[in-house]
Write a protein that binds this ligand. Structure first.
Ligand code: FUB
Ligand code: ZN
Length: 628
């Protein structure tokens, strides 16, 4: 079997209710409202060069840094998200908005190809002098991802041409040759973008530049320190104090612990996994595997959120997974989806699919409100009701990260090679792939993630020999499989069941993945979860929210032996809630401390999927529910 590649989003049509609803919301509400915000915040105006530097909109921190340096990236991410959405439904207004931005970028680009609107406008003499902090290559990466996605959807090359000129410039600047800078970006991102460009155009120079940035990271002497000295700064003044922050404290192949800023880490590891697969690099693969295990064994929330601390937007010590103060940035969970997907293509192992699914349906999806215009930056697993969704943020990274993920989810569903089609996620898709040399239409229908009954129809143009791989999620016990009505034993190898046969038009596969509501316990060293359980059914992690209980949910107790039931509910247009007989501290006054438990009353507990919390007004929320 040759290595599988993800089937691109443009080749997969979403047909199921769950993702169609999210996608339509993103198309109809999120993309237009994000464009309006980019306009209102003057982010789009900042592209219209030349212009005298206007006053800063986002003030500098005490250390002199303004997040405004990465406004270009917000534009790139918006184009990318919009392009994914447009693949499902073309929209002349959105396309005209993208074209107008491309006009501005074309006019802004310097004669030598350089294109960074902050530097071109405000400090043209300082290009490439502060890679550690100022996101110059990160901005280029996001614009490139936008250009690639727009090209994939529309076939229009103008933005890609602009970015390829810029890449020529970047290639001249960076590398190990004479007169080149041996630098790389403080915020990994461009590496993934270059690999996307390579996948779409086959440009080997793009792959080589991505490899250079990854291989050079963490080399001695430390580039960011040298660069600081060169601009007359003291490296010791670096606010974050350690280059673990940007995973450049040592060469990537020597890294064994997941450290630093969570989004930076995930973007880097995603690029490493991509490169390991594309260049058949076992040393990079094994670095990825060691880092993966470290994250999975000690540092990831049950929701797929990650990075508990606000101070470095990232990781702290093992098992430090506080609930109420969890930072768990939306971008980090989105980026974990990216990494998991790339690990899957390095090694088709269902554990990567399991985590991709967990982070997608929980830690990432929670970042976008039901109406498509509200966001979370931090994603706590417990709330007293004070965090609210917001409509914009001074640092709007999460807004377009979640919209680009939702709009591109079709690209995470299946992978293919010449003789294999692998399903990683279910939820209703159609795609036509050449399998066993024959054009084959494949349709999958299901009510996933709320129901595990999955029907797949295979229609090759003529009978064809190939393998269908079906992910059997790690949460599932007792999966069953039928082909054309006949039972087939489920033998999952690395989390995938394989069906190899000569397929005929109209062949039907029925996969049943029983979804049982269950309690999850945490490692004892996650001390704040002692005596508590999280509730999960299928891929969804649940939470209890005040809207379904007449009191702060912290007053609830779930008896260890209370049965959990899954109930179809009309909430949010039709979801499955989990219910259980539970108990609650009474409304009467409760002393601050007590020896004898105050009276408790019986009460039904209702849990909703975590990704849906904070869509019914302010109120308390808990993922880890105390048992007793
Ligand atoms: O630095 C760019 C983005 O802004 C990061 O990925 C986020 O964590 C936020 O700091
Ligand atoms: Zn973010």
């Amino acid at each position: 079997m040759t290595r599988l590649s993800p089937v691109p989003f443009v080749d997969v049509r979403l047909t199921g209710d769950f993702w169609s609803e999210r996608l339509n919301t993103v198309l109809d509400r999120t993309i237009p409202s994000q464009h309006a915000k980019l306009e209102e915040m003057t982010i789009l105006a900042s592209l219209r060069l030349p212009q005298p530097p206007p006053p800063l909109v986002i003030k500098r921190h005490a250390n002199g840094f303004s997040v405004q340096v990465f406004w270009d990236s917000d534009v790139g991410k918006w184009i990318e998200a919009a392009s994914y959405a447009l693949a499902h439904r073309r929209d002349a207004t959105i396309e005209a908005q993208i074209e107008a931005i491309i006009d501005d970028l074309a006019a802004a680009q310097a004669p030598d190809g350089y294109l960074n609107c902050w530097y071109l406008c405000r400090e043209p003499e300082n290009r490439w002098t502060n890679l550690r902090d100022n996101h110059e290559l990160y901005n280029a990466g996001h614009l490139l991802e936008g250009a690639v996605a727009y090209f994939q959807t529309t076939g229009r090359r103008r933005l890609l041409d602009i970015m390829e000129r810029y890449l020529e410039h970047i290639r001249g600047q960076f590398g190990t040759g004479p007169g080149q800078r041996r630098g790389y970006c403080g915020h990994p991102e461009i590496e993934m973008a270059l690999i996307k460009l390579y996948r779409v155009t086959g440009d080997a120079k793009a792959l080589a530049l991505a490899s250079y940035f990854v291989d050079e990271r963490g080399a001695s002497p430390q580039y960011f320190d040298e660069e600081a000295r060169a601009r007359g700064a003291d490296p010791a003044d670096f606010t974050q104090k350690t280059h673990e922050y940007s995973q450049s404290h040592m060469p990537v192949r020597q890294q064994t612990k997941v450290v630093g800023h969570a989004v930076r880490a995930m973007y880097l590891y995603a690029a490493m996994a991509d490169l390991a697969a594309l260049t058949d690099d076992p040393s990079l693969q094994s670095a990825c595997e060691v880092l993966w295990d470290d994250l999975m064994l000690t540092k990831v929330y049950v929701t797929g959120g990650l990075g508990p601390s606000a101070s470095n937007e990232g990781f702290t010590r093992d098992y430090d997974l506080p609930n109420a103060t969890a930072y768990a940035e939306t971008c980090a969970a989105v980026a974990l989806v990216f990494w998991a997907q790339r690990m899957l293509h390095l090694d088709m192992d269902g554990r990567y699919g399991d985590m991709m699914e967990t982070a997608l349906f929980n830690g990432a999806l929670v970042g976008l409100s039901r109406d498509g215009t509200g966001y979370f930056y931090a994603n706590p697993l417990e709330s007293d009701g004070t965090p609210h969704r917001w409509h914009w943020h001074d640092c709007p990274c999460c807004t377009m990260n979640v919209s680009r993920l939702v709009a591109s989810v079709a690209g995470y569903m299946v992978s293919a090679s010449d003789d294999t089609l692998a399903f990683h996620l279910y939820g209703g898709i159609e795609t036509t792939q050449t399998l066993g040399g024959v054009a084959t239409r494949v349709r999958e229908t299901s009510r996933y993630p709320f129901d595990g009954d999955i029907a797949i129809t295979i229609d090759p143009a003529t009978p064809a020999d190939f393998t269908l791989l079906l992910r059997i999620p790690g949460w599932c016990d007792g999966a069953s499989l039928r082909v054309n009505g006949a039972d087939v034993p489920v033998v999952a190898h690395n989390g995938y069941a394989a069906l190899t046969r000569r397929w005929q038009a109209g062949d039907r596969v029925a996969l049943s993945l029983p979804m049982v509501a269950e309690r999850i316990h945490a490692h004892p060293l996650v001390t704040n979860n002692a005596g508590r359980v999280a509730l999960r059914r299928g891929p969804l992690v649940y939470c209890v929210e005040e809207a379904d209980h007449d009191a702060p949910v912290q007053m609830l107790r779930l008896p260890p032996d209370a049965p959990l039931s899954a109930t179809q509910s009309p909430l949010f247009g039709g979801i499955v809630t989990l219910t259980s007989p539970a108990r609650r501290y009474g409304n009467g006054s409760i002393p601050l401390y007590f020896v004898k438990d105050p009276d408790m009353t019986a009460t039904p507990l209702t849990a909703i999927p975590y990704y849906l919390w904070a869509n019914r007004g302010a109120g308390s929320m808990l993922v880890w529910v105390p048992e007793t």
